[in-house]
Design a protein around this ligand. Structure first.
Ligand code: SAM
Length: 265
């Protein structure tokens, strides 16, 4: 098996490790914490954004499983955290299959260790910008039957793609290959259309060489012809909240990440 840890570069910040730091994880280096601390300083609600996104993901996977989805493809899956997609899916469906995809060697080193003993899951190393390679991947072929509905997860990842990388084209590419009844979940940084988000967008660019906060209209455009399910595109905390979540006002930070679930007809 490949030793992914040999390719980990502790001198450059990694999207996955900075996100891990914001979520309270320990799989990160000083260079990641430096970027994370910038976000915490300039955007003290960064942690709220990250948690809002993770909680919405957990609810969305539960909703997909409740809708009969038994196989999930989680693109840009990130470092293992408290409740991972396979753990949520297995709570609903013990036979659910989950393929995680990421290209960060830290994710691959930690994720493979977590999943090693579970034949229902796999972690595949791939660049999401080359999706055709995934269709031939032996783990994808073993675990995902493209003749049956798939739950496609793009959680907090498409905002790391530039417009020139055609994120809407990527979603369409997958949508064309998924059978009817498949569900697509996307969460995405939402531009506040103000100076603050402008500063953060620049910091995202500077730290990772990429990144784009999008408006509601632009995020909706990522879904193409897919049919949006209730409640449509909303800030993550408002996406099918737990009854106990109450009706309190959202902080400005919690409005900076939106999500939606859509169906292929
Ligand atoms: C902010 S994290 C989100 C992790 C997880 N989906 C979540 O919602 O908690 C974004 C992840 O996308 C991965 N990623 C970014 N660009 C990618 C690419 N071109 N190919 C594969 N993975 C990528 C990063 O390595 C990182 O793990």
């Amino acid at each position: 098996m490949t030793d992914h840890s040999a390719r980990i570069d502790p001198t450059k910040p990694s999207i996955a490790r900075v996100y891990d730091y914001l979520l309270g994880g320990t799989d990160n280096f000083p260079v990641d914490r430096e970027v994370g601390d910038f976000f915490l300083r300039e955007l003290p609600g960064s942690v709220a954004i990250a948690f809002a996104a993770r909680r919405a993901l957990v609810r969305a996977v539960g909703a997909m499983a409740g809708d009969g989805i038994r196989q999930f493809l989680d693109l840009g899956s990130g470092l293992p955290t408290a409740e991972n997609v396979h753990q949520v899916a297995h709570r609903h469906r013990a036979d659910a299959r989950v393929v995680y995809v990421d290209n960060d060697p830290t994710v691959l080193a930690h994720g493979r260790a977590l999943l090693a003993a579970d034949p229902r899951t796999a972690l595949v190393e791939a660049d999401l910008l080359e999706p055709e390679r995934l269709l031939d991947d032996p783990d994808v072929r073993r675990l995902i039957d493209f003749g049956r509905p798939v739950g496609l997860v793009l959680s907090a990842v498409l905002h790391h793609f530039e417009d020139s990388e055609r994120p809407a084209g990527l979603v369409r590419w997958w949508a064309e290959r998924l059978p009817p009844g498949s569900l697509v979940y996307i969460s995405h940084f939402r531009s506040g259309g103000n100076e603050e988000t402008g500063l953060l967008e620049r910091k995202l660019q500077e730290s990772f060489g990429r990144g784009r906060w999008r408006t509601d209209e632009e995020i909706l455009g990522l879904f193409g012809d897919l049919e949006l399910l209730e409640p449509g595109l909303v800030p993550c905390p408002l996406w099918r909240p737990e009854p106990a979540a109450g009706e309190g006002d959202l902080s400005v930070w919690e409005r900076l990440i939106s999500c939606a679930l859509a169906r292929k007809r």
